[in-house]
Design a protein around this ligand. Sequence first.
Ligand SMILES: Cc1cc2nc3c(=O)[nH]c(=O)nc-3n(C[C@H](O)[C@H](O)[C@H](O)COP(=O)(O)O)c2cc1C
Length: 408
Amino acid sequence: MILMSVLDKKHIIVAVTGSIAAYKSADLVRQLGTLGAEVRVVMTRGACEFITPMTFQALTGNPVHIDLLDSSAEASMGHIELARWADTILIAPASANTLARLAAGMADDLLTTLCLATSAPLAIAPAMNRLMWQNEATQSNVARLQRRGYNCLGPASGEQACGEVGAGRMLEPAELVDGLSRLLTAASAMKGIKLMVTAGPTYEDIDPVRYIGNRSSGKMGYAVAAAAAHLGADVTLVSGPVALAPPPGVQCKKVRSARDMQRCVLSHIADVDIFIAAAAVADFRPTTFSEQKIKKGESEQLLTLTANPDILRTVADQVDGPFTVGFAAETQAVEQYARSKLVDKKLDMICANRVGGTEGGFESDKNALDLYWQGGGEALPMGKKTLLAEQLLVAVMRRYQYKIKPSN
Ligand SMILES: Cc1cc2nc3c(=O)[nH]c(=O)nc-3n(C[C@H](O)[C@H](O)[C@H](O)COP(=O)(O)O)c2cc1C
């Protein structure tokens, strides 16, 4: 029943490559069609040596797409139209060769060009001899693709067509259908959810021209807002001063200081289901604001600071408040500090990131996050903040659903 509702009327491209497992794709295509999906098949030239396009044409009722430079295909459904048409693309089987070409970002056939040209979620179902699978080249290609957002389904272990035993078998069609259903479920997982995310630094003014700020670029919070909107959530982004454009479909409230941010958060927090505090809020502000520019004079100036309100703690303290996620940017003892912040502020989850290193963190497009919650955790490896945001939201939704319905 759940599978039916997820796949029903979905536009799915099954891309078949030159592997002995290509015969299983016929059953995969049939099963997807039975569950209500509209399927189109793309084949590599190699795949056509293993199974005929006629088989897929008969099973889907649609022409099979093989050539990139095909003027008749361009007139009807060329790579760009296919890329736009797809709700998701599953490459099954995915040969070692195609994985390598995708990882290299090539665009010299229909399948690779299509994958570059789409914004639809992509999945691969590797199928190959166990030594080909274990090969460092294949492993690093798959890891590279995963970092770019490709979902890897399988491979399974067991007896192989070549007579060897090990990891490299393509998952069975029913397992692939299940995996794809899960991916698509995640992709619509946030419908009906009200999410608030804070982003960027806060500026604490000293005088009309000077302020205390920090190195937060807002990229992580903006990526979370964009990803949540993409997943169907109703998103409010409360942003400190950054040089980023608000993502489409997001309500963006611009603020400057920690106290502005607190006022804005508290006045819009009612009914929020999930609150993600990605902003780097200044802990302190100058105790007094000088209405006039402070003149250079003395060789030493004393700046007295006052603690700012703790927005995250205030939200987490609310009775029946939202599922609350904090961030901890640390330079050392990351897990220890993050876990103690989790407990101390009564958060539902904390995302720890190491800052001050050579890669990731403030101002960077990349980061790695360690997620912690009471009794568990998950590491999200170094990757683009856009991808990391999606992975974070999947983890948040899992914990959020567990909190509201622990039996799940
Ligand atoms: C009988 C036979 C079976 C093959 N099976 C596989 C396989 O399961 N996985 C794989 O990665 N390559 C396999 N290959 C090698 C690929 O077909 C070859 O690398 C080809 O270039 C793949 O092209 P494509 O990725 O464009 O489809 C096999 C080759 C032969 C001759």
